[in-house]
Design a protein around this ligand. Structure first.
Ligand code: SF4
Ligand code: SF4
Length: 85
């Protein structure tokens, strides 16, 4: 559970590919609205997980509480980080 860590979508950059929704197994995103990302359960997000952000092809995901120096990789395979450590 994370009260101070959850994804924020930049809807200007987002192409509604649905990758973030498909790769989160914690119900953070509303599956019914796929492929458009809608964060409905931020408390389910795993603290310091970057699983969806590392997979977003356009770097549209950042995190409330980010303090690790991580920046959106814009789809480059920065890490094979699963959801979620
Ligand atoms: S993939 Fe990880 S960072 Fe993204 S919403 Fe799910 S738990 Fe949170
Ligand atoms: S992975 Fe990125 S571009 Fe795709 S739906 Fe999620 S935020 Fe939008």
């Amino acid at each position: 559970m994370a009260k101070t860590w959850y994804p924020v979508i930049d809807y200007v950059l987002c192409t509604e590919c649905g990758t973030c929704i498909a790769n989160c197994s914690h119900g953070v995103y509303d599956a019914k609205k796929a492929p458009s990302p809608s964060v409905i359960h931020p408390l389910g997000c795993v603290d310091h997980c970057h699983g969806c952000g590392n997979r977003c092809p356009v770097g549209a995901i950042t995190y409330v509480g980010e303090n690790t120096g991580w920046t959106p990789p814009n789809g480059t395979p920065a890490a094979n980080e699963g959801c979620c450590s």
